[in-house]
Design a protein around this ligand. Structure first.
Ligand code: DX5
Ligand code: ZN
Length: 222
């Protein structure tokens, strides 16, 4: 049986002065909370880091899906696993040894995710899939919320899905960037089974209702 789709709202689009409220607003509706960590080096934007994640961890029981858009993930990623993140995703472009880092994250008690940015082909990474738990295909250029979905990224989603299928792997295939009611179905058809949505959830009047609408479009219940 295929695992049911995951909806992971990104708090990047929420009010940073009210993060606990933002997370409470999606409890019972979302599967994961997506936390975008940016360091003003790997991407030209700066968001939140470990102290905020540690505090927010205590405010909810929803699993944290931490997306590290940072250089030197070896230095920082294990701290997020130790802080109780469910999944910690680092960028393929930021490390020379993704397999070792994935192993470290798993040893620290988290799932390990590999992210592929807009300009990076996925083919060189396909042989690494048995070593990770999630693959995140950026459907925008990493760095900012609210960008337009790039359908040309779906070829990478298809490639990863083919490999997961042919090798019978247990890997979640996540898409991130511009996911909304008008784009989520094409991402699902290409093979994604986890969907990050920032603006589409927190830009809506009722975030929980927006999640329900997205879920209905990809065949989930609730
Ligand atoms: C951007 C982040 C995304 C962002 C998505 O680099 O990785 O997670 O929050 O925001 P939307 O859904 O608005 O494109
Ligand atoms: Zn993200």
């Amino acid at each position: 049986m295929e695992p049911s789709p995951i909806i992971a709202p990104s708090i990047l689009a929420a009010d940073f002065a009210r993060l606990a409220d933002a997370v409470h607003a999606i409890e019972g509706a979302a599967d994961w909370v997506h936390v975008d960590v940016m360091d003003n080096h790997f991407v030209p934007n700066l968001t939140i880091g470990l102290p905020v994640v540690q505090s927010l961890r205590k405010a909810t029981s929803l699993p944290f899906d931490v997306h590290l858009m940072i250089t030197d993930p070896e230095r920082w990623a294990p701290g997020y696993a130790e802080a109780g993140a469910y999944n910690v995703t680092f960028h393929a472009e930021a490390t020379d040894d993704p397999v070792a880092l994935a192993k470290t994250l798993r040893a620290a008690g988290a799932k390990a995710g590999l992210a592929i940015d807009r300009d990076t082909p996925v083919e060189p990474y396909l042989d690494l899939l048995p070593h990770v738990d999630t693959v995140l295909i950026m459907t925008i250029k990493a760095g900012f919320g609210g960008q337009k979905f790039l359908p040309e990224m779906l070829g990478k989603v298809r490639e990863v899905r083919r490999r997961i299928h042919s090798d019978n792997l247990e890997v979640r295939l996540e898409v991130d960037g511009g996911i909304a009611a008008d784009t989520i179905e094409q991402a699902a058809e290409a093979g994604a089974d986890a969907f990050v949505a920032g603006t589409a959830v927190y830009g809506a009047q009722d975030p929980a209702e927006a999640i329900g609408k997205l879920r209905a479009l990809v065949g989930g219940v609730g």
